[in-house]
Design a protein around this ligand. Structure first.
Ligand code: SF4
Length: 300
């Protein structure tokens, strides 16, 4: 086997194990946030819901199975070093990794081909797993964020181009309308991702990238960070509550990502993560050694 073929096989193997793993354990940041919210919310209903969540997580860990039946459609958001050795083979490797993970985990079969309306049976399909790439210059590493886009948490997703005169007030209105209308479908407490840009596809993409950021992290722009805090505070007053059964603290956080816009357009996108926010991050080096960034102390 050539050196490149060995790297390709090693990359596929690591990504298959990574993909099979991350539906079984919450990332550290989400787990810790849920523990914190459980401590703060003292109602009988909230206690019941948080007890059910943590019992579910414990049982999934003990039995080595996914903790939610909906293991979603797999998405990879990749910061790809320009000199990372797997480039030509990237899409084929990730498709094969998903096939292997689907059997090994096991993962529910969720990929349905548009127009054919046929489930492929292995979680791959046309443009699935979805790959969202950013090229990082002068790097031989790849940082891969993997996400299980479940049905309930994908349902509230929305994006719109606003009239520019509507301003940031309309951005806030759109976020609240989206969460009030459909947030309950996504098994709260929610992580809310917001993209703000000049066109609808950029705003939508950034809203999903925002969900790859850890809970509790903040936008590097001070005004954006303040916006995140204010929207989070407001959403925690709308009383959706854990499990959507009313109560305090409906969201784990609000993460905003932005891109410069055309002066005539202001677009907003909203993506939602559920309490079972299956988002994992791994850094692979050129020799395919790796570090799991999202789950401390875990060996694949
Ligand atoms: S919203 Fe999340 S926790 Fe609820 S069923 Fe869907 S994937 Fe599972």
């Amino acid at each position: 086997m050539s050196d490149q073929a060995q790297l390709v096989e090693r990359f596929t193997d690591v990504m298959a194990k990574f993909t099979a793993f991350f539906g079984k354990r919450l990332p550290d940041d989400v787990y810790e946030k849920l523990e914190e919210m459980r401590r703060v919310q003292k109602s009988e209903l909230a206690e019941l819901i948080y007890d059910a969540m943590f019992t579910d997580l414990d049982m999934a860990k003990a039995r080595n199975v996914p903790f939610c039946q909906d293991t979603g459609v797999i998405q990879y958001h990749i910061e790809l070093g320009a000199d990372f050795p797997i480039r030509n083979e990237l899409e084929a490797c990730l498709k094969e990794a998903v096939r292997r993970a689907t059997k090994a985990a096991p993962l529910r079969h969720n990929a349905v081909q548009i127009f054919d309306e046929r489930n492929t049976g292995d979680n791959t399909g046309h443009r699935i797993p979805w790959i969202d790439l950013e090229i990082v210059p002068n790097s031989t590493d790849a940082v891969i964020y993997a996400y299980m886009a479940g049905g309930g948490c994908s349902l509230p997703g929305a994006a719109k181009v606003l009239m520019p005169v509507e301003g940031y007030e309309a951005v806030v209105q759109f976020i609240f309308d989206t969460i009030c209308e459909r947030g309950v479908n996504a098994c709260p407490p929610l992580l809310v991702g917001v993209g703000i840009a000049g066109s609808v596809e950029v705003a939508a993409t950034l809203s999903k990238r925002a969900l790859m950021r850890p809970v509790g992290s903040h936008n590097s722009n001070a005004r954006a960070a303040e916006f995140e805090r204010m929207v989070e505070e407001g959403l925690n007053k709308i009383n959706i509550g854990p499990g959507g059964l009313t109560g305090e603290l409906s969201v784990m956080g609000v993460n905003v990502e932005q891109a410069a816009r055309h002066p005539s357009c202001l677009a907003v996108g909203v993506s939602v993560g559920c309490w079972g926010h299956r988002r994992a991050a791994i850094r692979l080096h050129a020799d395919m050694s790796y570090e799991l960034l999202s789950h401390k102390g875990v060996e694949l």
